[in-house]
Design a binder for this molecule. Structure first.
Ligand SMILES: C[S@@+](CC[C@H](N)C(=O)[O-])C[C@H]1O[C@@H](n2cnc3c(N)ncnc32)[C@H](O)[C@@H]1O
Length: 223
């Protein structure tokens, strides 16, 4: 059990096994999320949790497990088409057609939660452009944005960032350009923030304070 806690920051054996399989986030990413959640609990930031792009729900389970332990009054909202990525928009460049890539049906998301014996979060199925404007909670304490594509990140930023609570934290996956994806996530971020974002474990990770982007304290991002 000690090993489980050290590797991913979870003591749920089924979840640990699932996280070992995934290439979505490295163990350091999960440990970082665990530390961020403890930090949020200490600083009593209001608002709920959101994951924009949840695929089969492995990271959602990780978040849900921590929420149940640390924030019983808060809820997790997850968003996905459950039919995979949308087609590229003009200006997006990928090594392969994106339409339908990562298509994981909602039934698999249910299975992941059943396997980990965790209660389901609020699930918002559909394209981000349709679901985010109407279904995001009005106050968000932590957002994980993982939509991969420039168009998906654009709408995620437009809808999520204004709803972050003061002191709320946002993590953006694929901010560091990877050899597989184009630089769409970074381009969407540059367009929105017009500044370089603080990074940890290959993600952009920052807090919003008084409407401005701030890095997290060093002790939180050191895993
Ligand atoms: C990299 S996966 C998410 C992985 C997940 N966060 C994890 O850590 O396991 C990206 C997901 O975003 C979803 N997605 C991307 N763009 C979308 C859009 N515009 N609308 C709805 N879903 C979208 C895809 O269906 C896919 O499941």
């Amino acid at each position: 059990m000690t090993v489980l806690t050290n590797v991913f920051g979870t003591e749920n054996p089924a979840l640990h096994a699932l996280l070992l399989e995934t290439k979505m986030l490295a163990p350091e990413g999960y440990r970082l999320f665990a530390k961020i959640m403890q930090f949020l609990a200490r600083s009593k930031v209001p608002g709920d949790f959101v994951e924009v792009g949840c695929e089969r729900g492995r990271t959602s389970c990780f978040l849900q497990e921590h929420i149940l332990r640390l924030f019983p009054e808060k809820t997790l909202h997850v968003f996905d088409s459950f039919t995979g990525l949308p087609p590229e928009e003009p200006g997006e460049r990928y090594n392969a057609p994106t339409k339908g890539m990562m298509s994981v049906p909602l039934s698999l998301f249910y299975e992941t939660f059943a396997l980990c014996k965790l209660p389901l979060p609020h699930i918002h199925a559909g394209w981000f452009r349709d679901t985010l404007p109407v279904s995001l909670p009005s106050n968000i304490c932590f957002a994980f944005l993982d939509g991969d594509m420039m168009s998906s990140m654009r709408i995620s930023l437009q809808e999520v960032i204004p709803r972050l609570a003061d002191g709320g934290i946002c993590a953006i996956h694929d901010y560091r350009i990877s050899p597989v994806w184009d630089e769409g996530v970074r381009r969407a971020c540059d367009e929105y923030f017009r500044q370089e974002l603080p990074m940890a474990d290959a993600m952009a990770i920052f807090q919003i304070r008084n409407g401005a982007v701030q890095p997290l304290p060093k002790e939180v991002i050191t895993v």
